[in-house]
Design a protein around this ligand. Sequence first.
Ligand code: SIN
Length: 289
Amino acid sequence: MSHNTIAINQRMDKFDGHHEVWLFGYGSLIFKADFPYLRRRPASIGGWTRRFWQGSHDHRGTETAPGRVVTLVPEDGAVCHGMAYLVTPEEFAHLDHREKNGYLRLAIDIVFDDGGSEEGLVYIATHENAAFLGPATEREIAAQIAAARGPSGPNSEYLLELAKALRALGKDDAHVYAIERHLEELSRDQVAAGLTMPPASHLPETVMDTKDQRYLVQQNKIADGDKKPPVFARVMRSKEGKFEGVSFIKNKEKATVMTVAEAQEVIDWAASKKSNAKEYATKVICLEQ
Ligand code: SIN
């Protein structure tokens, strides 16, 4: 079940003519920033609260056993903490694609933890979108998350990454932490019952650790020799981080900074999918060189 919001989001013209726009992230956008940004500042928005009420039928679950991911619901007096990114308008093509399963862009006042505020954008999946699941108890949500797994991996990974990222920001979120606690209990019960779900500590390390993410993939047309500038790989990923292909672009600043393993994925993709692959020489460059 999906509700592709790309076309609606592209019609939003609120920030047309701006060279830079602040984007507020409160879910996977906190722990997985797979886009270039000019600045990043911990921030909050007022009047909204984070809830695991949005269904994920295609990435962290399936049509018959959907997972749950976060959206925001209005609540008087609530403050939602997250991360704000200053991006150029070109990033919205990627962001609209990433958030396409029901999330709509909304203009919002973003208050920075280090002072000041700016009007920016946030992606919200409202109760009107087809993938919206709505409320359930935190125990039920944890049970659904424990059972859900989709093409992008276990739903529990999304929850645990978010909880870890909020802790790293020093923020409290009773809803997220309660679901995490229930998930840990369920996991312990399953292990005690001899079932197979791995304990939380066996789940992958946070993707906030970007130490190894410092490589670019560069291509030169062999026939051009050194006469023409190279192009650089820009990786397209789904909201859940699933590899969806590569475009080669001239602007090095907008290229994807990646790990060695991700660079290998790009090279394999280019060799098999790029129609004129044989005409190009491919190099992996380390940004720290
Ligand atoms: C966000 O992170 O701001 C939106 C929800 C998500 O992508 O998880």
